[in-house]
Design a protein around this ligand. Structure first.
Ligand SMILES: [Zn+2]
Length: 104
């Protein structure tokens, strides 16, 4: 699913920052590595309960496909989340487990 693509970056770091003013951000560290940071508290406090999943998928798209424009990412995200299985969602949530930062 998210792993498919032409110009994907192989290496994505993921982390949590519950103090930043954004739901999520993606930084491009170099040509091969991106870093996603998610604000779990801000997403949890959102009135839209699907917000955290949407944010994670949105930032994964940015991280893996730097060539996608913001409007493309916004368009693609609901298509992806609506087709994800429970297991895929679980695996994605696990990438942002509080106690670890994976993807190194
Ligand atoms: Zn975006």
């Amino acid at each position: 699913m998210l792993e498919k693509g032409h110009s994907k970056r192989a290496n994505v770091k993921r982390g949590i920052n519950n103090k930043m003013p954004y739901f999520g951000t993606t930084e491009y560290l170099n040509l091969e590595q991106s870093k996603i940071t998610i604000n779990k508290v801000k997403n949890r406090n959102s009135p839209n309960r699907a917000e955290l999943l949407d944010t994670m998928v949105h930032e994964e798209l940015h991280a893996l496909h730097p060539n996608l424009r913001e409007e493309d990412v916004r368009h693609l995200t609901p298509h992806i989340t609506s087709r994800m299985t429970g297991k895929e969602k679980h695996n994605l949530y696990n990438k942002y487990a509080d106690s670890k930062t994976k993807g190194r």
